[in-house]
Design a protein around this ligand. Structure first.
Ligand code: FES
Ligand code: FES
Length: 176
């Protein structure tokens, strides 16, 4: 571990321990030297430029920052970058094909008008993808989908169109 002296706008200097972290992000192996207190959300957005991962509350409530960590949905605002050492991370940028073709879930969101401002959408998508890819049986009743979405807050849509989109995507992916 090494330390790096940094100064904030007031000129106050701090010593911030730096460590090397190696992880896989969207299929690519990445190694960086990072502050021990850097959040995974900040690592993705500021170090890698993957700004599709949004940050809302920054304390684990809203779900906007949700990514897949070793195949399971997780809050990147509650995870330190160094905790992701060796992990396989997927962000919303991994969903569309290389040719830009939307993932069936993205397509379903578009067709069902399941977003308005879109701020919550990347976290919603990654949470739902974790369910669609889990191999576990899905409860696609309204109640079951609301339970699935219970960790993601949306201020705009009223959720009903998101529920329709989840059902539509599950059908398109042969999960219903
Ligand atoms: S920004 Fe992570 S849960 Fe809200
Ligand atoms: S679409 Fe605006 S917060 Fe969900």
């Amino acid at each position: 571990m090494r330390t790096q002296r940094t100064a904030n706008k007031l000129g106050v200097r701090s010593v911030d321990p730096q460590v090397n972290v190696t992880l896989t992000v969207n299929g690519e192996t990445i190694s960086r030297s990072v502050s021990t207190r850097m959040l995974l959300s900040d690592f993705l957005r500021h170090e890698l430029g993957l700004t599709g991962t949004h940050v809302g509350c920054e304390h684990g409530v809203c779900g906007a920052c949700t990514v897949l960590i070793n195949g399971r949905s997780g809050r990147s605002c509650l995870t330190l970058a160094v905790q992701a050492e060796g992990a396989d991370i997927r962000t919303v940028e991994s969903l569309a094909g290389e040719d830009g073709a939307l993932h069936p879930l993205q397509q379903a969101f578009q067709e069902n008008h399941a977003l308005q401002c879109g701020y919550c959408t990347p976290g919603m998508l990654m949470n739902i993808v974790s369910h669609l890819e889990s191999g576990r049986p899905l409860d696609l009743t309204d109640e079951g989908i609301r339970e699935m979405l219970s960790g993601n807050l949306c201020r705009c849509t009223g959720y009903q169109n998101i529920i329709a989109a989840v059902r539509s995507a599950a059908s398109a992916l042969g999960k219903s």
